[in-house]
Design a protein around this ligand. Structure first.
Ligand code: GLN
Length: 551
């Protein structure tokens, strides 16, 4: 038995699944997702298999129906789940794909319990929050662990301790901690504000937040303190003492210039070692951080600045195009450049100001989106980019706009449009997909998730990927209208990527241009720190080349 145990401890691949819960207190937006991702990153660098899941306390079944003003970007997993943007962080930090099981909302928990009640699963019992809702939460927490694929399952509980809607999740965590013993651990993230008037850091909100957690029966094992300023050791000791946490389990997470520095900052304070020790696991050697550190080195030593304009209607929101921003940042780093990302509001571009707004750009991305707000500005921007031959990348709605702009201004189809914007257009170059015509429900009903795409050899995209079959993620209802394909090809816009099963057009490009490509899919979702997306890399290289010709 002892030998077996020793073997399992020495071989990370055979350990029993461990569960780490990450909760947050004081205020929202502290970066639980970044802390969870950083911890996962460190454990992976130690050879463990790790996954992260997020529980969101809102009642929507998934964030697919949410306006970006509510929760920022909607991320999409390979299996077609519309997910919280934190899953994007998880993938970018861990280089491991997530699925539907990695993001569960209160709505989904209730839906499942109510479905079971209708099926008679509860055998005449009164269905209640405890035990039925909490059991359903626990089942979902363990679902990933039970696959046998992971040594660690990190579960981030959305919201802030003290919210009414988080209570069932916290109760499930409390129960799991008892059931799992040493195999469960709670990391609590709080905020230590600096009061500029008093010139002091304040620990009281953290104490209150931990008390709130204790009131629902959870004693945190580890505290991570978010702060603008360095928290002195004696203050951290005081927090440890007031919160019943060992002094070596209080960490600080000071604001850093890049989120990708957080794993290193956590490792320097031995967060990974603390987690292993507390879970009864041996702490051996150092995590293998070389590739990550190499990325950081390149990020920090880059000197050349490349300016990319992002044209969209949500540009004033920091998180609305999160994955695009990060994919661009990664491609800048891998090209040893700094990214100067300029947000350009599509509602504010017109023929008069387009020159002024775009003339400094080394490349332009036209963003995805829904509905007609800001659409005409996208056409103006695309016409200018095409005529000035600057590297241009259209993503999803951005690609559809490329097609419409080309039809109107090159092919003479002046009223061409997408039926999303004008159902009566005489030239519906973008039209509703056949399988969408009978769809009335809004949630989870688009063409979602990863599909294969066959690329034309020698096209810009095929050269970028270095292969002709790729798989990328989708989120749309409308498509390139195949009956116009010949006309576009003859007029010079080529369809260079198609779905091998359905023949749907997935990629268009204008071959004579420097770099003018539109993808119906979203390559930004698959771009990670250690595996940047090839098409973003290629676009960025084109932007550098264009920048160099401007000198
Ligand atoms: N609104 C377009 C469609 O549904 C594009 C969607 C998007 O950009 N994600 O097809």
């Amino acid at each position: 038995m002892l030998l077996e145990l020793e073997f399992s401890f020495n071989n990370p691949l055979t350990v029993e699944t461990k569960y780490i819960f990450v909760t947050g207190g004081v205020v929202s937006s502290l970066g639980k997702g970044i802390i969870s991702s950083s911890l996962a990153n460190l454990l992976i660098a130690r050879g463990f298999k790790v996954t992260i899941q997020k529980f969101d306390p809102y009642i929507n079944i998934d964030p697919g129906t949410l306006n970006p003003y509510e929760h920022g970007e909607c991320y999409v997993t390979v299996d077609g789940h519309e997910a919280d943007l934190d899953l994007g962080h998880y993938e970018r930090f861990t280089n491991i794909q997530t699925t539907r099981a990695n993001n569960v909302t209160t709505g989904r928990i209730y839906q499942s319990v109510i479905d079971k009640e209708r099926q008679g699963v509860y055998l005449g019992k009164t269905v209640q929050i405890i035990p039925h809702i909490t059991d359903e939460i626990k089942r979902n927490v363990k679902a990933l662990g039970n696959t046998g694929k992971f040594d660690f399952v990190i579960t981030e509980i959305g919201g802030t301790v003290g919210d009414i809607e988080s209570l069932p999740f916290l109760e499930a965590v409390r129960q799991l901690r008892w059931e799992l013993g040493m195999n469960a651990l709670c990391v609590h993230l709080t905020y230590v504000p600096y009061l500029h008037a008093a010139k002091e850091l304040k620990t009281k909100p953290t104490q209150h937040s931990v008390k709130k957690l204790q009131e629902v029966g959870i004693q945190p094992d580890i505290l991570v303190l978010r702060t603008e300023k360095d928290i002195p050791v004696n203050m951290r000791r005081k927090i440890a003492q007031f919160c019943n946490v060992s002094p070596d389990a209080v960490f600080q997470s000071v604001d850093l210039p890049s989120i990708y520095r957080v794993p290193i900052a956590m490792h320097q304070q031995h967060l990974d070692e603390c987690v292993l020790r507390k879970m009864g696991m041996p702490v051996e050697g150092e995590p293998h951080m070389e590739p990550w550190c190499k990325f950081l080195e390149r990020m920090e030593s880059a000197t050349k600045t490349i300016t990319i304009g992002l044209v969209g209607k949500y540009v004033e929101l920091q998180d609305a195009y999160k994955s695009i921003n990060e994919a661009l940042f990664q491609s800048a780093t891998y090209n040893d450049c700094r990214l100067n990302l300029v947000s350009i509001h599509s509602e504010k571009i017109n023929d008069e100001n387009v020159d002024e707004l775009l003339k400094e750009m080394d490349g332009v991305i036209v963003a995805p989106g829904f509905g007609s707000r800001g659409i005409e500005g996208k056409f103006v921007a695309l016409k200018w980019c095409r005529e000035h031959d600057i590297p241009t990348f259209g993503i999803c709605l951005g690609m559809q706009c490329m097609v419409i702009e080309y039809a109107r201004n090159v092919m003479g189809l002046t009223l061409a449009n997408s039926t999303e914007m004008d159902p009566n257009t005489p030239d519906n170059v973008i039209d509703l997909m056949e399988e969408q015509k009978s769809v009335t429900d809004k949630g989870g009903t688009m063409r979602l998730g990863a599909y294969e795409c066959q690329l034309t050899p020698e096209s810009t995209v095929a050269k970028a990927y270095g292969k002709t079959i790729v798989s990328e993620r989708h989120r749309h209802r409308f498509e390139f209208n195949d009956s116009y394909r010949e006309d576009f090809e003859q007029a010079g816009m080529k369809c260079v990527g198609t779905n091998p099963q359905t023949q749907l057009v997935e990629v268009v490009e204008i071959p004579g241009k420097r770099w003018y490509v539109g993808t119906q899919y979203h390559p930004e979702y698959s771009s990670t720190v250690l595996s940047p997306n090839p098409i973003f890399l290629s676009f960025f290289r084109a932007a550098i080349e264009y920048h160099d010709t401007q000198k």
